[in-house]
Design a protein around this ligand. Structure first.
Ligand code: SAM
Length: 243
């Protein structure tokens, strides 16, 4: 047998199902036209090296069960209140807390820019009515959903990338955005993508209106999830220069 054939046979025997999983991830990536270079490199590095250094979740401390009590409790009712049949969790991270949420009757799609994380989620949590795709929320075509959940993402993105993601969410034709906002922040600061700081979506340069609903995740930090209709959000108008 030729060396390449031998290697293929070995890999097939050593990792049964591995080729199928790889093809599924590639297909999902291609379907969404994922172009994940810059963004993918930054967050893949964080993932591979567990730079958010939490023993429970590679998505960091904010994604532990202890820190997600409020959202796990309140998310089903919020979805129900707007008649949601589909949820795009963008980004989904490692699905650590979401796997405990009752999503009966809701088609779930988790999207993340880190291909290895998406492959892991597909392997361990992929199911009927629950899919995972590789996508950069700032630029890749996203599936239309009744609700896009964007939790703990904008805190890591530059103003420019947040604006791009918001425009992309609108472009998807989705109905609602449920996004992390820190109501205690009076003045937003820009950061490099991959860094961290709190963001208040109702302050410049985003100027969101009052949210239709607010889930308070941490009253002390002013960390909340606000629900907005995407149709009523004016995105793309920047009141400050972006990096
Ligand atoms: C702090 S984690 C939060 C994950 C999840 N929302 C949660 O609540 O557990 C941030 C995630 O955002 C992903 N991410 C960052 N920028 C992204 C982008 N532009 N497109 C898609 N995913 C992105 C990272 O790979 C990481 O998994």
């Amino acid at each position: 047998m030729h060396a390449v054939e031998r290697t293929k046979a070995f890999l097939k025997a050593a990792f049964p199902g591995g080729a199928r999983l790889y093809r599924r991830v590639r297909k999902a990536q291609q379907a969404l036209g994922a172009r994940t270079r810059g963004m993918g490199v930054i967050f893949s590095d964080i993932y591979r090296n567990n730079l958010w250094a939490d023993p429970e979740s590679v998505s960091g401390r904010g994604s532990t069960l202890a820190r997600t009590e409020a959202i796990r409790r309140e998310l089903p009712a919020v979805l129900q209140s707007v008649g949601a049949r589909s949820l795009l969790d963008a980004p989904c991270g490692d699905f650590n807390w979401m796997r405990h949420v009752d999503l009966r009757g809701v088609e779930y799609t988790g999207a993340d820019v880190v291909p290895e994380l998406v492959a892991r989620n597909l392997r361990t949590h992929g199911d009927r009515g629950r899919s995972f795709v590789v996508a950069d929320v700032t630029r890749d075509r996203l599936p239309r959903a009744d609700v896009i959940l964007c939790r703990d993402c904008f805190i890591h993105l530059s103003f420019r990338d947040i604006h791009a993601a918001l425009a992309n969410f609108k472009r998807s034709g989705s109905r609602y955005l449920l996004a992390t906002t820190h109501v205690s922040v009076s003045e937003n600061e820009d950061t490099r993508t991959g860094g961290w700081r709190s963001v208040n979506l109702q302050s410049p340069p985003f100027n969101f209106p009052q949210p239709r609903q607010l889930i308070v995740e941490d009253a002390e930090l002013g960390k909340c999830l606000g629900l907005w209709s995407l149709a009523e959000l004016e995105v793309g108008r920047r009141s400050v220069a972006t990096r």
